[in-house]
Design a protein around this ligand. Structure first.
Ligand code: SUG
Length: 439
């Protein structure tokens, strides 16, 4: 069956700010307290989406979630009018106000894990919303994310949207950031690689391991995947402790190609062997491992070389790597890319994109998109308002230019008027995407 990879990017919300909320995410820690530019952030994201369309790919978008999250602030004991809640949280618990305002749902690679219909037991496309239980500010995303996914994938004959796994560390789940699907072509049956950082009940030292093996296994079961074609691989503790808080900071795969750092997995040979065995009869794995002698893990994490989109575009014989511009600015990663494309491996071109506003919070091009492999009839069955063309991107950019601030310091969150601005901007976005029901 012919199928297409549709990238659903998160539209960066008006409250994008540098809260320093993510332990183990070095970029977030480095930029904590800096002044952000939500307008520039959203425009950068939208330009990336436009480039995908220009490359002949199908591009979708998911709207920002309502911020601040008043339900969260009320659960934390704040009462009164919206303005009173904000003023009192700003005074007594600024950390909770930052949490309620986080625009972190922009990183839709963490919204859900997705299995295309070619892989699932019931022939439907399955999505499981990630519980994001490890980081407080991310743990508040899932109810609204599930509502968004149900609105977009709203035909139960084609789609199964599962709500988040139990909110317990044993089930810690960060979605597609720890999941890679490999196949001969998008529409063919594939091998799904699930990467976890720890076992249920296991305590690790150093930075938090955000994905548990039990969560990955539960998704394999829930999606009705064949365990013969689902690989569970352990992320290396050294990579996590160097700042690879998700596997997609050190690994990206598409079709028959896996591009990864030497230190990505605890047992690299074991992972490659298991993929080859599972892929027997389906495709031959092309593994591109980047040796640490050429790109030290610190450079990989600082530049976000692997947090790139690996794409098959209509105009190219080989795959294209859409990498953050920081990869071009760092010598080791730029040289590696130049050598890679001059060889005859599976990746034939590298394109650089500027998503610096998101990068400063640890989110590169790959974090900003959720990949959903869809057949033509599934594309027809999903909510059409979120599928972009140049005109809709222009409309969204107009909303952003007119209603987003170009300067936001963490102290600005204390102003109750900012909550009204965020609400108004989101309502306009929902209007453009024909998703007013989510308001
Ligand atoms: O979860 N940053 C996100 C970045 C997520 C990147 N996603 C992928 N690798 N797929 C995180 O750490 C920073 C927010 C702040 O500090 O204000 C943040 O949440």
């Amino acid at each position: 069956m012919t199928a297409f990879e549709v990238n659903f990017d998160g539209l960066i919300g008006p409250s994008h700010n540098y809260g320093g909320l993510s332990d183990g995410n070095l970029a977030s820690a480095t930029h904590a307290g800096a002044v952000s530019n939500p307008r520039e952030a959203a425009l950068q994201g939208l330009e990336k989406m436009r480039r995908m369309i220009q490359a002949g790919l199908i591009q979708g978008v998911l709207p920002p979630l309502p911020r601040p999250n008043f339900d969260f602030l009320v659960s934390a004991g704040f009462t009164g009018s919206d303005a009173q809640i904000i003023e009192s949280a700003a005074r007594s618990a600024p950390h909770l106000l930052k949490t309620a305002y986080s625009a972190s749902n922009m990183w839709t690679a963490n919204a859900a894990t997705v299995s295309p219909s070619a892989d699932t037991g019931d022939g439907r496309l399955h999505l499981t919303t990630a519980n994001l239980s490890t980081m407080l500010h991310r743990s508040i995303e899932h109810p609204d994310t599930t509502a968004t996914l149900i609105s977009v994938f709203d035909d139960e004959d084609c789609f199964a949207v599962h709500s988040a796994l139990p909110m317990h560390p044993d089930f810690a789940d960060e979605g597609a950031a720890n999941h890679v699907r490999l196949s001969a072509e998008h529409g063919a049956a594939g091998v799904e690689l699930f990467v976890f950082g720890r076992l249920a009940g296991e305590s690790t030292t150093g930075f938090p391991a955000r994905q548990s093996r039990l969560a990955s296994e539960s998704i394999v079961r829930g999606h009705g995947l064949d365990f013969q074609r689902a690989i569970l691989a352990r992320q290396s503790a050294a990579a996590i402790n160097a700042g690879a808080f998700h596997n997609d900071v050190v690994c990206v795969g598409a079709l028959d190609t896996l591009f990864f750092h030497e230190m990505a997995f605890e047992d690299t040979d074991g992972v490659l062997g298991s993929i080859r065995q599972a892929a027997d009869g389906l495709f031959e794995l092309k593994a591109v491992m980047v040796p640490r002698a050429e790109v030290p893990i610190e450079d990989a994490i600082r530049s976000y070389l692997f947090n790139s989109q690996l794409l098959k575009t209509p105009g190219d014989d080989r795959l294209v790597l859409v990498a953050p511009i920081e990869t071009q600015e760092m010598d080791s990663t730029r040289l590696f890319c130049e050598q890679m494309v001059s060889g005859n491996g599976p990746i034939g071109r590298v394109e650089y994109v500027d998503v610096r506003q998101s990068m400063r919070n640890g989110g590169g091009p790959a974090c900003l998109r959720l990949r959903v492999v869809m057949t033509e009839s599934e594309i027809d069955a999903c909510h059409q308002g979120v599928l972009l063309d140049d005109e809709v991107i222009d409309e969204l950019q107009d909303v952003v230019r007119a209603s987003y601030r170009d300067r936001l310091a963490p102290s600005d969150l204390a102003d109750p008027k900012f909550a009204d601005e965020c609400r108004a901007a989101r309502e306009q976005i929902l209007g453009v995407l024909d998703l007013e029901s989510l308001a």
